[in-house]
Design a protein around this ligand. Structure first.
Ligand SMILES: NC(=O)c1ccc[n+]([C@@H]2O[C@H](COP(=O)([O-])OP(=O)(O)OC[C@H]3O[C@@H](n4cnc5c(N)ncnc54)[C@H](O)[C@@H]3O)[C@@H](O)[C@H]2O)c1
Length: 326
């Protein structure tokens, strides 16, 4: 770390060694690449915790939308008295937007990449980051499924490449799944662990295997629910109700799939299927059909449920409404 200005990080957890404490205190600038669903939430949390945040996207309108989303989400915190109006203003003033990557990362201590989930795009971004960032910069990715080891192998600093997997919505969800690439340095893992804790999150460190832990377990559950629906074992409402009331899940697996996006679910199942070479991870045919037909869940307006703008009612899609045959 080369920054001399004091970092906002003051609170230390008991587990930190002296070297990590020193490193944490020197973190000042965090650059977030991609300002979509996850990127804006990640910027929100870092800015709220005192960091200077550089938010970068290729689209100016995505940046404008992100700033407005962060402001609205902070308003909710103000309404609940979990943030003061003054703290909101200060946090927003710490966020600067960029469309030029070189300017966004030139003094970054940590970069969190949250661009579109596409392996070729991520490799290109990491090669650029490696070229443009100072030597000390840690390069983290928020990928849901792409191998950290593979991304790191395209840089000259694989020891400083790590997975920092926030959950959606970022300001609300407490987990950060930290993924160690095969070559990630232990000191970098410790630092990202402590940084996550400083952000008020609960960090869990896992190894770099397809789907890590979160999606290796969640996606087969969702895929199994889709297979059961495909086989006519039960309807959408029955499957989701059984998992909600019987297993105390806050949301049924089919509703959750709609929320995540069926295209994303399909692409993660594909990563598991290819990565493990095991038929048990084959995406359900119904899932593949729905994705190909453009029924992607909340973002397209219809998946297992039908969504109407402005309505919070959970309405099963007519395609799965078995009652129509009665
Ligand atoms: N959505 C989720 O629930 C969720 C949860 C956890 C992790 N993730 C992961 O987070 C990452 C982002 O997902 P998202 O849902 O926010 O996607 P999104 O589509 O909402 O946003 C992606 C953003 O990246 C920008 N982008 C594309 N190419 C870029 C480039 N070269 N440089 C800078 N910005 C670029 C796009 O303009 C867009 O604004 C993905 O890797 C995804 O797998 C998503």
């Amino acid at each position: 770390m080369v920054q001399t200005q004091e970092s906002p990080v003051k609170i230390m957890s008991a587990g930190q060694n002296e070297k990590t404490k020193e490193m944490l205190q020197q973190l000042k600038v965090v650059t977030v690449i991609g300002s979509g669903t996850m990127g804006n939430g990640i910027c929100h949390v870092f800015a709220q915790h005192g960091f200077e945040v550089h938010m970068m996207d290729i689209k100016q309108e995505a940046l404008d939308k992100a700033v407005s989303t962060i402001s609205k989400n902070m308003d909710r915190q103000v309404a609940k008295s979990s943030l003061s109006e003054e703290a909101k203003k200060e946090a927003l003033s710490r966020i600067t937007t960029y469309t030029d990557m070189a300017a966004a990362v030139k003094d970054a201590d940590v970069v969190v990449e949250a661009a579109t989930e596409n392996i070729d795009l991520k490799i290109k971004i990491f090669q650029e980051l490696d070229r443009l960032c100072p030597e000390h910069t840690i390069l983290a990715t928020n990928t849901s499924s792409i191998s950290i080891t593979r991304i790191g192998s395209y840089t000259k600093r694989p020891g400083k490449v790590i997975g920092m997997h926030f959950m959606n919505p970022v300001p609300v969800m407490r987990l950060v799944e930290i993924i160690n690439g095969y070559a990630t340095d232990n000191a970098v893992t410790q630092l990202i662990h402590d940084l996550s804790a400083y952000l008020g999150k609960v960090p869990c460190v896992v190894a770099d295997y397809p789907g890590f832990i979160s999606n290796r377990i969640l996606m087969p559950l969702i895929n199994e629910a889709i297979l059961a629906l495909q086989e006519g074992v039960a309807g959408v409402e029955e499957i989701d109700t059984i998992m909600k009331l019987g297993m105390a899940h806050p949301m049924g697996p089919l509703q959750l799939a709609d929320f995540i996006g069926l295209d994303t679910c399909y692409s993660i199942m594909h990563v598991l299927h290819m990565g493990f070479g095991n038929q048990k991870y084959a995406p359900a045919t119904l899932l593949a059909n729905m994705v190909q037909a453009g029924y992607l869940g909340v973002k397209s307006g219809e998946g297992f449920y039908k969504y109407t703008v402005g309505s919070k009612d959970l309405v099963v899609s007519e395609r799965f409404d078995t009652k129509k045959w009665k």
